[in-house]
Design a protein around this ligand. Sequence first.
Ligand SMILES: [Zn+2]
Length: 77
Amino acid sequence: MPEDSHLQERARKAEIIIAQPTAFKVCEGCDSIVAARVATCPNCHGYRFNDAPEAVVAQARLLASRAQTSVIADDLL
Ligand SMILES: [Zn+2]
């Protein structure tokens, strides 16, 4: 996948998350954003999360602005 469309996809997911931050939480192990209902992180299998809405929004903006390995709620939306 070309890098620019990859970033567009991340931005699209970030918008969804920012619109409803209480439906998500941030993994404290790998900084991925996961669905609030999951018990363990699908990316690193961690079980410690920050579910503060402002933390979710801040992390969504961060992940949307750069390409790296943390996932944004992949296949959890
Ligand atoms: Zn994780």
